[in-house]
Design a protein around this ligand. Sequence first.
Ligand code: FES
Ligand SMILES: [Fe+2]
Length: 389
Amino acid sequence: MRRHDQIAEAKELLRHLDRRTTALADGIYRNPVTDYTCAAQAAREAALFFRDGPINVGLSALLPRPGDWMTHDHAGQPLLFVRRPEGSLAAFLNVCRHRGARVATAACGAGAQSFSCPYHGWTYGLDGALIARPEDAAFASVERATHGLQPLPVVEKYGMIWVGLRPGGAFDVDALLAGAADDIAAYGLQSYHHYETRTLTREMNWKLAIDTFGETYHLQYLHPDTVSPLFYSNRATFAGFGPNHRMIVARRTIDELRGQPEEQWDVFDHTAVIYVLFPNTVFLFQRDHVETWHVFPGERPDRCSMYVSLYIPEPATSDSAKRHWDKNFDLLMATVERQDFPTCEGMQRGFLSGAQEAIVFGRNEPALQHYHRSIAAALAAAEPRLAAE
Ligand code: FES
Ligand SMILES: [Fe+2]
Protein backbone atom coordinates (compact mmCIF):
# COMPACT_ATOMS: atom_id res chain seq x y z
CA MET A 1 0.00 0.00 0.00
CA ARG A 2 1.40 3.37 -0.98
CA ARG A 3 2.22 5.93 1.66
CA HIS A 4 -0.57 8.38 0.88
CA ASP A 5 -3.10 5.53 0.94
CA GLN A 6 -1.73 4.34 4.28
CA ILE A 7 -2.24 7.79 5.77
CA ALA A 8 -5.73 8.16 4.29
CA GLU A 9 -6.76 4.72 5.54
CA ALA A 10 -5.34 5.33 9.02
CA LYS A 11 -7.31 8.58 9.23
CA GLU A 12 -10.44 6.75 8.13
CA LEU A 13 -9.89 4.11 10.83
CA LEU A 14 -9.46 6.83 13.47
CA ARG A 15 -12.70 8.43 12.26
CA HIS A 16 -14.44 5.06 12.58
CA LEU A 17 -13.11 4.75 16.12
CA ASP A 18 -14.31 8.25 16.99
CA ARG A 19 -17.75 7.62 15.60
CA ARG A 20 -17.96 3.94 16.62
CA THR A 21 -18.56 2.99 12.98
CA THR A 22 -16.96 0.83 10.31
CA ALA A 23 -16.99 0.68 6.49
CA LEU A 24 -20.59 0.06 5.47
CA ALA A 25 -22.24 -1.49 2.43
CA ASP A 26 -25.33 0.23 1.01
CA GLY A 27 -27.66 -2.48 2.24
CA ILE A 28 -27.73 -6.00 3.58
CA TYR A 29 -27.03 -9.00 1.34
CA ARG A 30 -28.75 -12.33 1.60
CA ASN A 31 -26.46 -15.11 0.46
CA PRO A 32 -28.24 -18.37 -0.41
CA VAL A 33 -26.93 -21.34 1.59
CA THR A 34 -26.68 -23.19 -1.72
CA ASP A 35 -23.60 -21.00 -2.34
CA TYR A 36 -21.88 -23.38 0.09
CA THR A 37 -23.79 -26.64 -0.46
CA CYS A 38 -24.88 -26.99 -4.08
CA ALA A 39 -23.00 -29.70 -5.99
CA ALA A 40 -23.93 -28.15 -9.35
CA GLN A 41 -22.52 -24.77 -8.29
CA ALA A 42 -19.39 -26.48 -6.93
CA ALA A 43 -18.90 -28.12 -10.34
CA ARG A 44 -19.31 -24.75 -12.09
CA GLU A 45 -16.81 -23.16 -9.67
CA ALA A 46 -14.33 -25.97 -10.28
CA ALA A 47 -14.69 -25.50 -14.04
CA LEU A 48 -14.55 -21.71 -13.97
CA PHE A 49 -11.93 -21.02 -11.30
CA PHE A 50 -9.79 -24.13 -10.96
CA ARG A 51 -9.80 -26.10 -14.22
CA ASP A 52 -8.05 -23.52 -16.36
CA GLY A 53 -6.87 -21.03 -13.74
CA PRO A 54 -5.05 -18.78 -13.58
CA ILE A 55 -4.46 -19.17 -9.86
CA ASN A 56 -2.10 -17.40 -7.51
CA VAL A 57 0.54 -19.75 -6.14
CA GLY A 58 2.28 -17.60 -3.53
CA LEU A 59 5.34 -15.41 -3.38
CA SER A 60 8.43 -15.78 -5.56
CA ALA A 61 10.25 -16.58 -2.31
CA LEU A 62 8.86 -20.12 -2.52
CA LEU A 63 11.59 -20.81 -5.10
CA PRO A 64 14.36 -18.26 -4.57
CA ARG A 65 17.41 -20.00 -6.13
CA PRO A 66 18.15 -21.67 -9.48
CA GLY A 67 17.40 -25.37 -9.16
CA ASP A 68 14.70 -24.84 -6.52
CA TRP A 69 11.51 -26.73 -7.32
CA MET A 70 8.15 -27.60 -5.80
CA THR A 71 5.11 -29.67 -6.65
CA HIS A 72 1.56 -28.38 -6.19
CA ASP A 73 -1.49 -30.65 -6.26
CA HIS A 74 -4.21 -28.55 -4.67
CA ALA A 75 -5.90 -27.39 -7.85
CA GLY A 76 -6.57 -30.88 -9.20
CA GLN A 77 -3.71 -30.89 -11.71
CA PRO A 78 -0.27 -32.23 -10.76
CA LEU A 79 1.99 -29.17 -11.11
CA LEU A 80 5.74 -28.79 -11.00
CA PHE A 81 7.44 -25.40 -10.59
CA VAL A 82 11.14 -24.93 -11.10
CA ARG A 83 13.57 -21.99 -10.99
CA ARG A 84 15.77 -22.21 -14.08
CA PRO A 85 19.52 -21.49 -14.10
CA GLU A 86 19.06 -18.00 -15.53
CA GLY A 87 16.50 -17.14 -12.85
CA SER A 88 13.19 -17.41 -14.67
CA LEU A 89 10.40 -19.58 -13.35
CA ALA A 90 8.89 -22.49 -15.28
CA ALA A 91 5.75 -24.51 -14.61
CA PHE A 92 4.93 -27.92 -16.03
CA LEU A 93 2.37 -30.61 -15.65
CA ASN A 94 4.13 -33.08 -13.36
CA VAL A 95 3.35 -35.94 -15.72
CA CYS A 96 5.94 -38.15 -17.41
CA ARG A 97 5.54 -38.31 -21.17
CA HIS A 98 6.34 -42.04 -21.16
CA ARG A 99 3.45 -43.49 -19.18
CA GLY A 100 2.36 -40.63 -17.04
CA ALA A 101 4.04 -41.15 -13.67
CA ARG A 102 4.77 -38.21 -11.38
CA VAL A 103 8.22 -37.04 -12.37
CA ALA A 104 8.84 -35.13 -9.13
CA THR A 105 7.36 -36.99 -6.18
CA ALA A 106 8.37 -34.93 -3.14
CA ALA A 107 6.87 -31.58 -2.07
CA CYS A 108 9.95 -29.52 -2.90
CA GLY A 109 13.69 -29.59 -3.31
CA ALA A 110 16.76 -27.56 -4.16
CA GLY A 111 19.73 -27.79 -6.47
CA ALA A 112 18.00 -29.76 -9.22
CA GLN A 113 19.78 -29.96 -12.56
CA SER A 114 17.27 -32.34 -14.11
CA PHE A 115 14.26 -34.47 -13.14
CA SER A 116 14.42 -38.19 -13.57
CA CYS A 117 11.14 -40.08 -13.59
CA PRO A 118 11.27 -42.73 -10.83
CA TYR A 119 9.41 -45.29 -12.98
CA HIS A 120 11.72 -45.90 -15.97
CA GLY A 121 14.22 -43.10 -15.74
CA TRP A 122 13.16 -40.72 -18.50
CA THR A 123 15.01 -37.53 -17.65
CA TYR A 124 13.96 -33.95 -18.23
CA GLY A 125 15.95 -30.73 -18.11
CA LEU A 126 14.85 -27.70 -16.10
CA ASP A 127 13.40 -26.34 -19.34
CA GLY A 128 11.22 -29.45 -19.55
CA ALA A 129 13.10 -30.98 -22.49
CA LEU A 130 13.43 -34.76 -22.58
CA ILE A 131 17.19 -35.09 -22.34
CA ALA A 132 17.74 -38.80 -21.65
CA ARG A 133 15.77 -41.97 -22.15
CA PRO A 134 16.99 -45.44 -21.15
CA GLU A 135 16.68 -47.97 -24.01
CA ASP A 136 16.33 -45.06 -26.38
CA ALA A 137 16.25 -47.29 -29.48
CA ALA A 138 13.04 -48.91 -28.27
CA PHE A 139 11.36 -45.51 -28.63
CA ALA A 140 13.12 -44.50 -31.86
CA SER A 141 9.92 -43.35 -33.55
CA VAL A 142 8.86 -41.30 -30.51
CA GLU A 143 10.56 -37.95 -31.02
CA ARG A 144 12.29 -36.62 -27.98
CA ALA A 145 11.68 -33.07 -29.12
CA THR A 146 7.91 -33.42 -28.83
CA HIS A 147 7.97 -35.40 -25.57
CA GLY A 148 9.21 -32.84 -23.10
CA LEU A 149 7.21 -31.98 -19.98
CA GLN A 150 4.05 -30.11 -20.87
CA PRO A 151 4.69 -26.43 -20.02
CA LEU A 152 2.07 -24.25 -18.37
CA PRO A 153 1.83 -20.47 -18.58
CA VAL A 154 3.41 -18.97 -15.47
CA VAL A 155 3.85 -15.30 -14.60
CA GLU A 156 5.96 -13.80 -11.87
CA LYS A 157 5.17 -10.18 -11.08
CA TYR A 158 5.27 -7.93 -7.99
CA GLY A 159 7.06 -10.77 -6.17
CA MET A 160 4.14 -13.16 -6.68
CA ILE A 161 3.57 -16.23 -8.85
CA TRP A 162 0.50 -17.08 -10.93
CA VAL A 163 -0.01 -20.17 -13.07
CA GLY A 164 -2.49 -21.10 -15.78
CA LEU A 165 -3.65 -24.70 -15.49
CA ARG A 166 -4.03 -25.40 -19.19
CA PRO A 167 -1.08 -25.67 -21.57
CA GLY A 168 -1.00 -22.85 -24.06
CA GLY A 169 -3.20 -20.42 -22.15
CA ALA A 170 -2.25 -16.81 -21.46
CA PHE A 171 -3.33 -14.27 -18.87
CA ASP A 172 -2.62 -10.75 -17.73
CA VAL A 173 -1.76 -10.32 -14.04
CA ASP A 174 -2.58 -6.60 -14.03
CA ALA A 175 -6.03 -7.38 -15.43
CA LEU A 176 -6.48 -9.96 -12.66
CA LEU A 177 -5.47 -7.42 -10.01
CA ALA A 178 -7.99 -4.95 -11.47
CA GLY A 179 -6.42 -1.78 -10.10
CA ALA A 180 -4.71 -3.28 -7.04
CA ALA A 181 -1.31 -3.67 -8.75
CA ASP A 182 0.25 -0.41 -7.48
CA ASP A 183 -1.07 -1.12 -4.03
CA ILE A 184 0.44 -4.64 -4.00
CA ALA A 185 3.68 -3.58 -5.72
CA ALA A 186 4.37 -1.11 -2.91
CA TYR A 187 5.02 -3.97 -0.45
CA GLY A 188 8.19 -5.00 -2.30
CA LEU A 189 7.27 -8.66 -1.97
CA GLN A 190 10.32 -9.62 -4.04
CA SER A 191 12.48 -9.14 -0.98
CA TYR A 192 10.55 -11.46 1.37
CA HIS A 193 11.72 -14.89 2.50
CA HIS A 194 9.63 -18.02 2.81
CA TYR A 195 9.59 -19.32 6.36
CA GLU A 196 7.15 -22.23 6.30
CA THR A 197 4.04 -23.60 4.62
CA ARG A 198 1.45 -25.77 6.35
CA THR A 199 -1.43 -27.60 4.67
CA LEU A 200 -4.80 -28.51 6.12
CA THR A 201 -8.16 -29.91 5.11
CA ARG A 202 -11.49 -29.02 6.70
CA GLU A 203 -15.11 -30.13 6.43
CA MET A 204 -16.45 -26.89 5.03
CA ASN A 205 -16.92 -25.18 1.70
CA TRP A 206 -13.76 -23.49 0.42
CA LYS A 207 -15.43 -20.07 0.39
CA LEU A 208 -16.03 -20.26 4.15
CA ALA A 209 -12.26 -20.18 4.63
CA ILE A 210 -12.15 -16.94 2.65
CA ASP A 211 -15.13 -15.58 4.60
CA THR A 212 -13.17 -16.09 7.82
CA PHE A 213 -11.05 -13.08 6.84
CA GLY A 214 -13.99 -10.98 5.61
CA GLU A 215 -15.08 -9.07 8.71
CA THR A 216 -13.94 -7.99 12.17
CA TYR A 217 -17.45 -8.06 13.60
CA HIS A 218 -16.73 -11.46 15.20
CA LEU A 219 -13.43 -10.72 16.92
CA GLN A 220 -14.68 -9.83 20.39
CA TYR A 221 -17.11 -12.77 20.49
CA LEU A 222 -15.20 -15.63 18.90
CA HIS A 223 -11.69 -14.54 19.89
CA PRO A 224 -12.02 -12.81 23.28
CA ASP A 225 -8.63 -14.04 24.48
CA THR A 226 -6.62 -14.28 21.24
CA VAL A 227 -7.33 -11.68 18.55
CA SER A 228 -9.63 -9.31 20.41
CA PRO A 229 -7.00 -8.05 22.87
CA LEU A 230 -4.95 -6.95 19.85
CA PHE A 231 -7.56 -5.68 17.36
CA TYR A 232 -10.68 -3.55 17.54
CA SER A 233 -13.88 -5.36 16.59
CA ASN A 234 -16.10 -3.98 13.86
CA ARG A 235 -13.70 -1.21 12.85
CA ALA A 236 -12.31 -1.60 9.34
CA THR A 237 -11.95 0.11 6.00
CA PHE A 238 -12.88 -1.59 2.75
CA ALA A 239 -11.93 -1.11 -0.91
CA GLY A 240 -12.90 -3.24 -3.90
CA PHE A 241 -10.56 -3.76 -6.87
CA GLY A 242 -12.66 -5.54 -9.47
CA PRO A 243 -13.56 -8.86 -7.82
CA ASN A 244 -10.60 -8.51 -5.38
CA HIS A 245 -10.74 -6.47 -2.22
CA ARG A 246 -8.68 -4.92 0.54
CA MET A 247 -9.71 -4.58 4.14
CA ILE A 248 -7.70 -2.74 6.77
CA VAL A 249 -8.29 -3.52 10.40
CA ALA A 250 -7.22 -1.49 13.40
CA ARG A 251 -4.90 -2.67 16.12
CA ARG A 252 -5.75 -1.33 19.53
CA THR A 253 -2.50 0.63 19.47
CA ILE A 254 -3.71 2.78 16.55
CA ASP A 255 -4.77 5.52 18.96
CA GLU A 256 -1.07 6.25 19.50
CA LEU A 257 -1.07 7.86 16.05
CA ARG A 258 -3.25 10.67 17.34
CA GLY A 259 -0.34 12.18 19.23
CA GLN A 260 2.18 11.89 16.41
CA PRO A 261 2.88 14.10 13.38
CA GLU A 262 1.46 12.45 10.27
CA GLU A 263 4.82 12.12 8.53
CA GLN A 264 5.99 9.88 11.37
CA TRP A 265 3.00 7.54 11.29
CA ASP A 266 3.95 3.87 10.99
CA VAL A 267 0.56 2.75 9.79
CA PHE A 268 1.53 -0.92 9.38
CA ASP A 269 2.55 -1.06 13.02
CA HIS A 270 -1.03 -0.27 14.03
CA THR A 271 -3.08 -2.18 11.45
CA ALA A 272 -3.37 -5.45 9.56
CA VAL A 273 -4.12 -5.35 5.86
CA ILE A 274 -6.08 -8.16 4.30
CA TYR A 275 -6.38 -8.70 0.55
CA VAL A 276 -8.59 -11.25 -1.11
CA LEU A 277 -7.19 -12.00 -4.54
CA PHE A 278 -10.19 -13.44 -6.26
CA PRO A 279 -11.24 -16.16 -6.05
CA ASN A 280 -9.26 -18.26 -3.55
CA THR A 281 -6.30 -16.37 -2.10
CA VAL A 282 -5.94 -14.29 1.05
CA PHE A 283 -2.89 -12.13 1.71
CA LEU A 284 -2.54 -10.86 5.26
CA PHE A 285 0.04 -8.15 5.89
CA GLN A 286 0.86 -7.98 9.57
CA ARG A 287 3.48 -5.39 10.41
CA ASP A 288 6.68 -6.94 9.06
CA HIS A 289 5.44 -10.28 7.72
CA VAL A 290 2.97 -11.72 5.24
CA GLU A 291 0.65 -14.68 5.73
CA THR A 292 -1.01 -16.17 2.67
CA TRP A 293 -3.92 -18.57 2.44
CA HIS A 294 -4.62 -20.47 -0.76
CA VAL A 295 -7.89 -22.35 -0.51
CA PHE A 296 -9.21 -25.05 -2.84
CA PRO A 297 -12.45 -26.98 -3.14
CA GLY A 298 -12.43 -30.61 -2.02
CA GLU A 299 -14.18 -33.63 -3.48
CA ARG A 300 -17.51 -32.42 -2.13
CA PRO A 301 -18.99 -28.95 -1.59
CA ASP A 302 -18.45 -29.37 2.17
CA ARG A 303 -14.74 -30.17 1.95
CA CYS A 304 -11.77 -27.96 1.24
CA SER A 305 -8.01 -27.99 1.42
CA MET A 306 -5.63 -25.11 1.83
CA TYR A 307 -2.05 -24.17 2.36
CA VAL A 308 -0.89 -21.40 4.63
CA SER A 309 2.49 -19.76 4.18
CA LEU A 310 4.47 -17.38 6.33
CA TYR A 311 6.86 -14.97 4.63
CA ILE A 312 9.29 -12.88 6.62
CA PRO A 313 11.48 -9.84 5.90
CA GLU A 314 14.86 -11.38 6.80
CA PRO A 315 15.93 -15.04 6.71
CA ALA A 316 15.49 -16.65 10.15
CA THR A 317 19.01 -17.78 10.89
CA SER A 318 19.17 -17.68 14.69
CA ASP A 319 17.31 -19.93 17.10
CA SER A 320 15.63 -16.94 18.68
CA ALA A 321 14.37 -15.77 15.27
CA LYS A 322 13.03 -19.26 14.57
CA ARG A 323 11.34 -19.37 17.97
CA HIS A 324 9.78 -15.98 17.25
CA TRP A 325 8.33 -17.04 13.88
CA ASP A 326 7.29 -20.50 15.10
CA LYS A 327 5.36 -18.86 17.92
CA ASN A 328 3.80 -16.42 15.50
CA PHE A 329 2.72 -19.18 13.11
CA ASP A 330 1.48 -21.44 15.94
CA LEU A 331 -0.65 -18.64 17.36
CA LEU A 332 -2.21 -17.86 14.00
CA MET A 333 -2.98 -21.50 13.30
CA ALA A 334 -4.28 -22.18 16.80
CA THR A 335 -6.74 -19.30 16.51
CA VAL A 336 -8.03 -20.29 13.11
CA GLU A 337 -8.00 -24.05 13.68
CA ARG A 338 -9.57 -23.98 17.16
CA GLN A 339 -11.90 -21.02 16.83
CA ASP A 340 -12.71 -19.93 13.26
CA PHE A 341 -12.78 -23.19 11.33
CA PRO A 342 -14.76 -25.26 13.87
CA THR A 343 -17.33 -22.45 13.73
CA CYS A 344 -17.33 -22.64 9.92
CA GLU A 345 -17.79 -26.42 10.05
CA GLY A 346 -20.77 -25.89 12.34
CA MET A 347 -22.19 -23.40 9.82
CA GLN A 348 -21.63 -25.88 6.99
CA ARG A 349 -23.70 -28.53 8.81
CA GLY A 350 -26.32 -25.93 9.66
CA PHE A 351 -26.71 -24.97 6.01
CA LEU A 352 -28.20 -28.39 5.29
CA SER A 353 -30.60 -28.29 8.26
CA GLY A 354 -33.34 -26.40 6.51
CA ALA A 355 -33.19 -23.65 9.14
CA GLN A 356 -32.95 -20.99 6.45
CA GLU A 357 -32.50 -20.62 2.74
CA ALA A 358 -30.10 -17.71 3.03
CA ILE A 359 -27.66 -16.21 5.50
CA VAL A 360 -27.34 -12.46 6.00
CA PHE A 361 -24.32 -10.22 5.50
CA GLY A 362 -24.89 -6.97 7.36
CA ARG A 363 -24.03 -3.49 6.16
CA ASN A 364 -20.96 -3.79 8.41
CA GLU A 365 -19.73 -6.77 6.36
CA PRO A 366 -19.00 -5.13 3.00
CA ALA A 367 -16.08 -7.42 2.15
CA LEU A 368 -18.27 -10.52 2.46
CA GLN A 369 -20.89 -8.87 0.28
CA HIS A 370 -18.30 -7.91 -2.30
CA TYR A 371 -16.73 -11.35 -2.37
CA HIS A 372 -19.97 -13.27 -2.76
CA ARG A 373 -21.40 -10.82 -5.30
CA SER A 374 -18.16 -11.29 -7.26
CA ILE A 375 -18.48 -15.09 -7.12
CA ALA A 376 -22.11 -14.91 -8.23
CA ALA A 377 -21.29 -12.43 -11.01
CA ALA A 378 -18.40 -14.54 -12.32
CA LEU A 379 -20.56 -17.66 -12.36
CA ALA A 380 -23.43 -15.83 -14.07
CA ALA A 381 -21.13 -14.35 -16.71
CA ALA A 382 -19.67 -17.77 -17.48
CA GLU A 383 -23.02 -19.56 -17.40
CA PRO A 384 -23.60 -19.67 -21.21
CA ARG A 385 -20.10 -21.04 -21.77
CA LEU A 386 -20.31 -23.55 -18.92
CA ALA A 387 -23.77 -24.69 -20.03
CA ALA A 388 -22.50 -25.27 -23.58
CA GLU A 389 -19.68 -27.57 -22.45
S1 FES B 1 6.46 -43.34 -16.69
FE1 FES B 1 8.15 -42.03 -16.51
S2 FES B 1 9.77 -43.14 -17.31
FE2 FES B 1 8.11 -44.46 -17.55
FE1 LIG C 1 -11.61 -15.06 13.21
